[in-house]
Ligand binder design. Structure first.
Ligand SMILES: NC(=O)c1ccc[n+]([C@@H]2O[C@H](COP(=O)([O-])OP(=O)(O)OC[C@H]3O[C@@H](n4cnc5c(N)ncnc54)[C@H](OP(=O)(O)O)[C@@H]3O)[C@@H](O)[C@H]2O)c1
Length: 204
């Protein structure tokens, strides 16, 4: 699948590595294609990964991962232009940094005219993106979004990244996923468990 990754930091970089290993074609959308961290990602496999201006990366992909600071969500999506019905994966958390004028990153994206949003990869730390394995156990990932066909694609991409993934429901679940990210932070930093943690649903 052709995937654009807008924001090449911890989340974007980790998922780039994970999806590249599965043979996906990655178009990094970056403010600086020549930065050391972008070049390092491209050099991992120049046939599968290339770096572009964000709007160029988005134009080449069927799925667009948004992994920029949440307060940049509106401007980052506006810069992409008309994304039509392309799937926008919202990995951003606005719990501490809201986009100006909006309560959530989802609202900031919708204000740009695209509601093909799937919120995913936001509820746990970035270290999990490249490796969600804890011994024989894989981390669980929860997603939500409006359209079943979009969520099917994202569930597949989550599984390609190594997660067990569950669809929790519609966009009304976006705040729930953000609050899970808050819980993750409380456990990692408040309870002192550190960043290498994730959630797992137990079932007898
Ligand atoms: N870190 C985590 O553990 C974690 C976990 C869950 C969710 N999230 C969410 O994922 C999103 C990305 O987090 P991250 O930790 O990957 O952030 P990060 O490491 O700081 O990377 C963010 C990337 O966004 C791009 N960017 C675009 N516009 C920017 C601007 N105005 N200022 C700064 N960077 C800008 C930059 O890529 P270029 O320089 O290539 O343009 C930058 O590398 C955030 O919304 C965060 O809440 C993070």
């Amino acid at each position: 699948m052709n995937i654009a990754i807008i924001g090449t930091g911890m989340i974007g970089g980790g998922l780039c590595k994970a999806w590249m290993r599965k043979g996906h074609r990655i178009f990094l959308g970056t403010r600086n294609p020549l930065s050391d961290h972008v070049r390092a990602l491209v050099q991992m496999d120049e046939e599968l990964v290339s770096a572009h201006a964000p709007e160029v990366a988005a134009s080449k992909a069927e799925v667009i991962l948004l992994a920029v600071p949440a307060d940049q969500a509106f401007d980052a999506v506006r810069l992409l232009g008309d994304t039509g019905n392309k799937v926008l994966i919202d990995a951003m958390n606005a719990v501490f940094r809201k986009p100006a004028g909006f309560d959530s990153t989802g609202d900031a994206i919708r204000a740009n005219g695209n509601d093909h949003i799937v919120k995913a990869f936001n509820m746990i730390g970035a270290e999990n993106m490249d490796n969600p394995h804890y011994g024989d156990t894989v981390a669980d990932l929860f997603i939500c979004g409006e359209y079943p066909e979009d969520k099917k694609i994202v569930l597949g991409l989550a599984e390609d990244a190594g997660f067990r993934a569950f669809d929790l429901g519609g966009p009304e679940l976006e705040p729930v996923l953000e609050n899970l990210a808050l819980v993750w932070g409380k456990l990692a930093f408040g309870a002192g468990l550190g960043r290498n943690i994730a959630f797992k649903v137990l079932q007898s």
